[in-house]
Design a protein around this ligand. Structure first.
Ligand code: M6R
Length: 365
């Protein structure tokens, strides 16, 4: 059932083009996002909401952080993203003007379920984005957007991360449309690029051999720093989490601009920096942070946009991803990071699909 792959995680990484295609299928027509078959939202609901809270744990939380950047662009709502185990004990104003979105692959994460119950009791409209139709979370919410990722067996989430980001992006586009906060032209342009993403993801997957070489070169390091800015910051967080989970190597992620406020003290020639640096609004800024790392002799591995000779000059090693609109780059930049974690763990002989101390769904607080 691993379909010729050595591990479930590897199979699931390679399914991401297909997962994205299935997630988009039937939800886009004539250049517009239409979720009316999935969500029971009325135009009045969409007009009533003033706030969006997105709540999740782990990788699902990082998917939410990616989506935060597009909700703030594509909708006119106040957006707030939190970790479920924090949200449930906070006093954030949550009320009937709030759309609360709970993101959980399994739909069984105890903290996410508890946070949902709290938001629901406070009168929010609660929506789930989940991969499991009959899960506890799915049964309790007002509306559901199902991922169609197929079962994910590897404990490290991969295809459900990209699937969740896609589902959240669809929700943001649909909300933007219902609230009239986005022009039809803008929507058509974004939808057009969105439809190209599955192909571009497959293009990145073809670079696996390049990533294997990186894993061979760097697998014996003790510490890694992942950096990114803007929409690439949560990608850095996710890349570091993947590496920690399955290879047990210490990896931290920072918004690149924060490096000089502390973590740069860790850097020397022994600590590689993984820089997520697509050609976007933050490109020059991230590049100057890369130079700061280089000045401390840290080896820098870049995840760059194809043909970016300027950035690659400063990198010790790099992997290129195809160009896309800035909002969609996480779908592409996360792939080399997933593959890197996988191959480092494989070289180190770790239990990739069943890492120590971890369970696929965390049903206790
Ligand atoms: O099923 P959920 O999406 O609610 O799970 C949340 C986290 O436990 C999960 O993403 C965890 O961080 C993964 N092991 C990440 O690879």
């Amino acid at each position: 059932e691993k379909a010729g792959h050595s591990h479930y995680m590897h199979k699931e990484i390679h399914e991401q083009g297909m997962v994205l295609r299935t997630t988009l299928k039937g939800r886009i027509s004539d250049g517009r996002v239409d979720l009316s078959k999935d969500l029971n939202w009325t135009q009045e609901d969409a007009q009533r909401w003033k706030k969006v809270h997105i709540i999740a744990c782990g990788t699902s939380y990082y998917a939410a952080l990616v989506a935060e950047r597009v909700f703030e662009r594509w909708t006119d709502l106040d957006i707030r993203v939190d970790i479920a185990s924090e949200y449930r004990y906070r006093n954030l104003r949550c009320d009937p003007e709030t759309l609360a979105i709970f993101v959980s692959q399994s739909g069984e994460t105890a903290d996410t379920i508890a946070a949902q119950r709290k938001a629901r009791a406070e009168g929010a409209h609660c929506m789930a984005i989940t991969n499991v139709r009959g899960s506890t979370l799915a049964r309790e919410v007002h509306s559901i957007l199902l991922l169609k990722a197929g079962p994910e067996i590897g404990v490290a989430a991969t295809k459900t991360f990209t699937g969740q980001v896609a589902a959240l992006f669809l929700s943001a586009l649909y909300l933007g449309r219902l609230r009239g906060s986005m022009t039809a032209d803008e929507e058509a342009r974004l939808v057009n690029e969105f439809l190209q993403i599955p192909y571009k993801v497959e293009n990145v997957l073809e670079k696996e051999n390049e990533v294997i070489k990186l894993a061979q070169k760097y697998h014996d390091r003790q510490d890694f720093l992942f950096i990114g800015r803007g929409i690439s910051f949560p990608v850095a967080l996710e890349g570091a989490l993947k590496l920690k989970e399955i290879s047990y190597i210490h990896a931290e992620a920072y918004a690149a601009g924060e490096m000089k406020h502390g973590p740069i003290a860790l850097l020397d020639e022994k600590v590689p920096v993984m820089a997520i640096i697509p050609r976007d609004m933050m490109y020059e800024k991230t590049l100057s942070n890369v130079l700061e790392a280089k000045a401390r002799k840290a080896p820098v591995i870049g995840v760059c946009t194809e043909g970016d000779e300027h950035a690659s000059k400063y990198m010790d090693d790099y992997v290129e991803v195809p160009w896309t609109d800035e909002e969609f780059s996480p779908f592409l930049t996360v792939i080399p990071l997933q593959l890197f974690a996988f191959h480092v763990a494989k070289i180190l002989g770790k239990e990739i699909d069943q890492p120590r101390n971890l369970a696929k769904s965390v049903t206790v607080e």
